[in-house]
Design a protein around this ligand. Sequence first.
Ligand code: AGP
Length: 360
Amino acid sequence: SDIEKGTYPHYMLKEIDEQPGVVRKIVQAYQDEHDQLTIQPEILEAMQAADRIHIIAAGTSYHAGMIGKEYIEKLAGIPVEVHVSSEFGYNMPLLSENPLFIFISQSGETADSRQVLVKIKDMGHASLTITNVAGSTLSRESDHTLLLYAGPEIAVASTKAYTAQLAVLSILAAVTAKVRGIEIGFDLVQELGIVANAIQAQVDSKEEMEQIATEYLSTTRNCFFIGRVMDYFVGLEGSLKLKEISYIQAEGFAGGELKHGTIALIEEGTPVIALATQEAVNLNIRGNVKEVAARGAHTCIISMEGLQERGDSLVLPKVNELLSPLVSVIPMQLISYYAALHRDCDVDKPRNLAKSVTVE
Ligand code: AGP
C-alpha cells in the first residue's frame, strides 16, 4: 500500500521518489474531460471577488506559500501577502474590504493555522484550504478545499507535499488568470510534464546528491543557502530540511542580503550552497558566491541548463523559471537526507518534532 516503506530504508526517501508521480497525478486530477485545467467554479468566484489574498501557513507549507504568492501575483494579477500563522492571529495587518484567506497545510490540522481560520471566519471573511487530507479540520471548517493528491506523507520532514502544493498553486493561479482574461503565455499542462521529467532525473541522480552531502556537510557545524527571487524561497526550504533532519545549523538568505551582516559568519570552509536557476539574477547570485568564496566559503552552485558555468556542482534540466522550485527543491531534499544519514540521525523521526503541530 501507499503507506508501506517497501524496500525503502526510510519513508522520506520513498516520498522523495514519489514526486514525479505526484506532479503527474495532480495534473490529471485537475483536468476536465477536454484535458483543460479546471478548478471548482465557487473557488474561481472567490478568487475573482478577492481584492487581496492572504496565504496563511507554517513551516514548509509557509515556504510553498511564498512561491504561491509569485504564481498568483505574476499569473493572475491579484495582490497576495504571505503570513506565518502563529504570528498572524496576534498581529493582523490592516485588511482590505474583500480579502480571501488561503490556508496551506499538508495535514490540515496545524493548530496555529486553525486559530487564524476561526478568527477570520468570525470576521466574516472567505477561506480556501489547500491540504493533503480530505476531511481534515482546516478542510472541514473553511469554505472551500483544494486537495494535493500526494498520498499519505509519513516522514516528519515534508517533501512531496511541498512539490504538490506548488503544483496545485500554479494550477489555481493559471486557471484564475484564464477566467480573468489574462494570457499567461505558456501551456501549464505541458510545462508541468517537463517538470515531472526533470524531477525524475533528479531522483535518479542520488549518487551525485550523496557526493555533495559528503563533500560539503559531513563534518560541518553550519551551512548557508543563498539564492535570489524564487531561489531564495527554495533556499529557505533547503535550510529547514537540513536543520530538521541533520541538526546542522542552516540558514537561507537572499543572496544580496548576506553582505549586510551574516557574511561575518563565513569562515574558511563554511559551506554555502547557492541556487542559480533565475536568468534575470544569474550574474547577481554568481557575484554573491564570489563574495563568500573570497572569505573562504566552500561554495556549491546548483544551476539550470542555459545558465550554467564551468565548476557548477549540479546543473538541473531546463524548466519554466516560475516552476523551477519544483525541481531545485529535489537536491535540497536529497542532500539533506544524505547529510542526516551520514551523521546517523533518525531521518524519519527527528528529535523534538511531531508530524503535525496540533497545539499552539
Ligand atoms: C516540514 O518539514 C515540517 N516538519 C513542518 O515545518 C511542517 O511543514 C509544518 O509543521 C506545517 O505542517 P502542515 O503543512 O501540516 O500544516
